[in-house]
Design a protein around this ligand. Structure first.
Ligand code: ADP
Length: 491
């Protein structure tokens, strides 16, 4: 197993789990030892509760308030007979140690605290009470105690330390053996079983996460179809679903980008073709003019110069429209809206077209609703839309044709502007595409003045006004484009 795998969620959780288990295990051992000690002490104290009383009942080493040495020795002799491991102290009513057994032991305390002693003597509940161990300054031990009285006079206390050093040593060694047994068997088995069951559970939980990671890796390596499929519920499922949604969005965006990229390539190909054609024409005619300067007639020269001018105009138109569209697509154009009367704008535009219509023998007329309230839009942008639509109508309507521009009320809030012609119409299967930039329908062979950008620009401008450009066209009998503009709301 390599280093990377040890970094996985499974191993991390397992390590934390193991540490927790070890800490809990130690705490468990500590608490068990503590309670076992208390338990042993309490058993010891209860079993030997009356030891001091027995000693007192058997001998009284006092006469006239004075300690009688032989009687004391006899008492200690009696103690040795009962239990040689006991430590016995004769303590005066103030707690001062008068004598002790075994006498060869060196004591560290000259007096003991009588509070636990009195508590022991007066206690009827057999609870665990610990008192001073005179051999050490700071050690508390279980004991038995009894007052030594004569003629209702308190002479002293007999104070017996029950867990004497000998007793302690024996119990310690037994206890450690016992604890070893417990820990080596019960504890170890319990801890190991818990650890392995825990690992198993962690494995099951982290397994779903591993599955998600595997799918993510696949996706990262380029398999865009990789998706998470989990049976489980809960967080992992949510995570998987989130990843799937994210992957869906990413793949859709990648597809869109690919489409855009394809369109861009197509556009560049089209644009360079359309730029190259007029440039080639200009160059060709200019070269001819230079080479045949002496030989060509004035008539021919005029015609050549006309062709050069037309090509230059086309070039200029194409470059301008491309620039305009790219600004619109980059959201660099903002509609400066203001209220104006749409019929007035239409009349103004029509006036500009009358002359050119006359030369093409096309009739251009209007049908304007007089009662329309002012619309709220950017005048110059809407003028541009109208121009593009009328330009097209003029372009695609043969001599003797008719163009009508109509304004009507549409519902409560909108004015509708309709530009119709009775020209060549648009084939049904191309009616949607003509709004795409650079699209030219194959209804028209003379593409001299055609850039394929006019409708795309108009559509973008209407987008800025939250409006759409719609088309009704019947092939061979004409086309009708319409769009709506919102009335100005004075409130
Ligand atoms: P352009 O007119 O410069 O080619 P447009 O984007 O304005 O570019 O128009 C795209 C195409 O839609 C035109 O090439 C033409 O095929 C078709 N079209 C637009 N308006 C009309 C119309 N009034 N009648 C017939 N065809 C039209």
């Amino acid at each position: 197993m390599n280093k990377k795998n040890f970094n996985s969620l499974f191993w991390k959780i397992s390590a934390v789990f193991f540490i927790l288990l070890a800490v809990v295990g130690c705490m468990y051992i500590y608490i068990s030892i503590d309670y076992s000690n208390k338990y042993l002490d309490q058993v010891n104290q209860r079993l030997n509760h009356d030891t001091a009383k027995n000693i007192v009942e058997n001998s009284t080493p006092f006469y006239n308030g004075e300690v009688i040495k032989p009687a004391l020795e006899e008492m200690f002799h009696h103690v040795r007979a009962i239990n040689p491991s006991l430590e016995v102290y004769l303590v005066d009513p103030k707690g001062k140690i008068i004598a002790w057994y075994p006498p060869e032991r060196k004591i560290s305390l000259s007096a003991i605290n009588l509070k636990p002693v009195l508590e022991f003597i007066n206690d009827s509940t057999n609870k665990l009470i610990k008192g001073d161990d005179p051999l050490y300054t700071n050690t508390k031990k279980v004991f038995s105690a009894s007052p030594l009285t004569m003629n209702n006079m308190l002479y002293a206390y007999i104070y017996v330390v029950l867990t004497s050093e000998k007793h302690q040593a024996a119990s310690d060694s037994l206890f450690s053996n016992y604890m070893m047994e417990i820990s080596s068997r019960t504890m170890l088995i319990t801890l190991l079983a818990t650890f392995f069951i825990g690992l198993l559970i962690i494995r099951v939980i982290t397994n779903n996460y591993s599955k998600i990671i595997t799918v993510m890796q696949k996706f990262r390596q380029g398999d865009l179809t990789a998706r998470v499929q989990l049976q489980s519920t809960g967080d992992e499922k949510q995570l998987g679903e989130m990843f799937n949604e994210m992957a869906d969005i990413l793949t859709t965006n990648i597809d869109k980008l690919k489409q855009v990229e394809n369109l861009r390539r197509e556009l560049i190909a089209n644009v360079s073709h359309d730029l190259r054609t007029p440039i080639a024409i200009i160059r060709g005619y200019v070269e001819t003019l230079q080479m045949k300067e002496e030989t060509i007639t004035a008539e021919e020269r005029k015609s050549y110069i006309n062709t050069v001018r037309e090509s230059a105009e086309k070039l200029e138109k194409l470059v301008n429209e491309l620039f305009e569209l790219s600004k619109l697509e980059a959201n660099q154009v903002h509609a400066k809206k203001e209220p104006f009367i749409i019929s007035e704008l239409v009349s103004d535009i029509i006036n500009k077209y009358q002359l050119i219509a006359k030369t093409k023998n096309i009739s251009i007329s209007t049908d304007l609703s007089k009662e329309l309230p002012p619309v709220y839009a950017d005048v110059s942008l809407i003028e541009r839309v109208m121009q593009n639509l009328i330009d097209n109508a003029m372009k695609f309507t043969p001599e003797g044709g008719k163009i009508i521009i109509k304004t009507v009320k549409s519902g409560e809030d909108n004015a509708e502007i309709i530009v119709s012609d009775n020209g060549i119409g648009i084939p049904e299967n191309q009616r949607e595409q003509i709004f795409a930039r650079y699209y030219k329908a194959n209804n028209f062979t003379d593409l001299k003045n055609s850039t394929g950008l006019g409708l795309a620009i108009a559509k973008k401008i209407l987008d800025l006004h939250n409006s759409t450009l719609d088309l009704v066209s019947v092939e061979n009998s004409g086309s009708s484009f319409n769009f709506k503009l919102k009335f100005y709301n004075m409130n």
